[in-house]
Design a protein around this ligand. Sequence first.
Ligand code: BGC
Length: 349
Amino acid sequence: MKALTVVPLKAGTAELSDVDEPPESDGPVLVETLAVGICGTDAEILSGAYGWPPPGRERLVLGHESLGRVQDAPAGSGFDAGDLVVGIVRRPDPVPCPNCAVGEWDFCRNGQYTERGIKEHDGYLSERYRITPDYLVKVDPSLELLGVLLEPTSVVAKAWEQVDRIGGRAHWAPSTAVVTGAGPIGLLAALIGVQRGLDVHVIDQMESGVKPDLVRALGATYHTGSIDKACPSPDLVLECTGVSSLVLDAMEHVGPGGVVCLTGVSSGGRTVSVDEGALNRQMVLSNEAVVGSVNANRRHYEAGAAALARADKAWLERVVSRRVPLASWADALQRQPDDVKVVVTVAPA
Ligand code: BGC
């Protein structure tokens, strides 16, 4: 079967390869891949900056934002042929650490987890894959291709859960939220914020175009510029860019008792100057919390699936801004001005 493969840590090695059928060792459920979303992590892997091949192999099958249709599932597995499904990305470490042992692999303590399409386990950008039912999540069939948004939605569902849990250390009734970045992660974070009834402010750089339009269509407010001008003292900030100046802006301007949740992975190597004493003083005297959040466990996929099922399909359609057939995969990687989420289609949804 065809698969998009790459040699991790070597730029320019991506190719459409002929690979073996998925191994039985991956699990008893056989899934036909319909579509796979491309994100910043894939771009990093393709640029040679990130990623690990499976042990003993040179190439990794790419793709972690999947959508598929069950072709064959054992009786009693909870899945039937025809179900629209998404595969979970991370697998617990083999030790397992105390967190992985209880299904919280997103909090793996020893770093020995694997991730499909990223770290030591083939991804989903092949015509078929196999999986165990524990790592498969059903999506509302009416979503059709839009179910491909579940993996990024699971990541922001986890971020919202972190904000709630940390905010909930004291009386917590947030009303204003700032989201930095109007890419897919920022937009999906804003979607969940609006669904929660919050006054959501999204900050990005574009003055016009699809991103401001999508923010406004949600009922959120779009801004360019800094947090204090957009929404002074928000109850929480979901930082979805990884841009150092915005990370600091979030820490400096979140409201008293507020929570800043960082979801963007920065590339490192950039230095910004900061009055550390003033920042420390403000964070201490205002009980502020900053938390990093990565990946998602099954609970977050389920929360994400519920959020997508409630969302306006026409809005989600606009988030999936470009669809590229597998044979033209290279086009998916050429960023275009109005790109939001670009999806590689493998079979009709
Ligand atoms: C994926 C996460 C993963 C992270 C780090 C993100 O793009 O959505 O599932 O944990 O990359 O590898």
